[in-house]
Design a binder for this molecule. Structure first.
Ligand code: MTE
Ligand code: MO
Length: 224
């Protein structure tokens, strides 16, 4: 008899439940077959380059460090505005990653240094209803990513590339780096990071690019 007086016939199959729980923990029955696309370092349709192309909307903003600000707002417990010196006083990390641009070039082993997305998240504390991160840049560019993808160990607000300050053409003083997505998601000249319940497709996303942009699934364009 259960607490609420309902008769329970039979006995919980404890052994069976336990063994299924162990299966789940061990990932039993997963074939473990590697996804052939993800196993390749070069995503489908890409070619490796050793130079570093510059892509922008025709505007390369020059932002003096004394007027540079980055604002983090929207659905966060601690909305924050950093000035340059306060931003760079925060702990910085180094990560090496590959770039995959939707225009089919890939550049390997870029050494980035900056504030990790996870450090930023630990400071601003997204509210439980935040689902998307919207990047706003000084050149009016915007792009959108799921919060779950921003919250990854390889995502940075980078201030240095290969040991040197990021030059203006490539998005300095600070650019986003999201290595697991096509490079259009890595906003240059970042000005504002907005946490939102709703998704807000950005500059290229409203112009036919895929909303998510996984290079290994070749999510270049919205083909629906
Ligand atoms: N602010 C801003 N960020 C941007 C862009 C842009 O035009 N403005 N272009 C995107 C695109 S399409 C790509 S491929 C990369 C290019 O970065 P790079 O010029 O450093 O190679 O930046 C992305 N981030
Ligand atoms: Mo791009």
């Amino acid at each position: 008899m259960s607490d609420d007086g309902v008769g329970l016939f039979g006995k919980l199959k404890e052994k069976l439940v336990e063994s299924k729980k162990r299966w789940a923990e061990d990932g039993r029955l997963l074939t473990g077959a590697p996804d052939p696309r993800r196993a390749q370092r070069l995503p489908p349709g890409q070619r490796q380059v050793t130079n570093w192309p510059v892509l922008d909307l025709g505007i390369q903003p020059e932002i003096p460090l004394d007027i540079w600000r980055i604002t983090v707002d929207g659905l966060v417990e601690n909305p924050t505005v950093w000035k340059w010196g306060d931003f760079t006083d925060e702990p910085m990390v180094r990560r090496t990653s590959d770039i995959h641009c939707v225009t089919a070039w890939s550049r390997y082993d870029n050494d980035w240094e900056g504030m990790s997305a996870r450090h930023l998240l630990s400071l601003v504390k997204p509210k439980s209803d935040a689902r998307y991160v919207i990047f706003h840049s000084y050149d009016t560019y915007t792009t959108n990513v799921p919060l779950a993808d921003f919250d990854a160990d390889d995502v940075l607000l980078a201030v240095k590339w290969n040991g040197e300050p990021i030059v203006r053409e490539h998005g300095g003083p600070v650019r986003v780096v999201m290595p697991k997505l096509y490079f259009w998601k890595s906003a240059k000249w970042i000005k504002r990071i907005e946490f939102s319940l709703h998704d807000k497709p950005g500059f290229w996303e409203v112009r036919g690019y895929h909303n998510y942009g996984d290079p290994w699934l070749e999510q270049r364009y919205d083909t629906d």
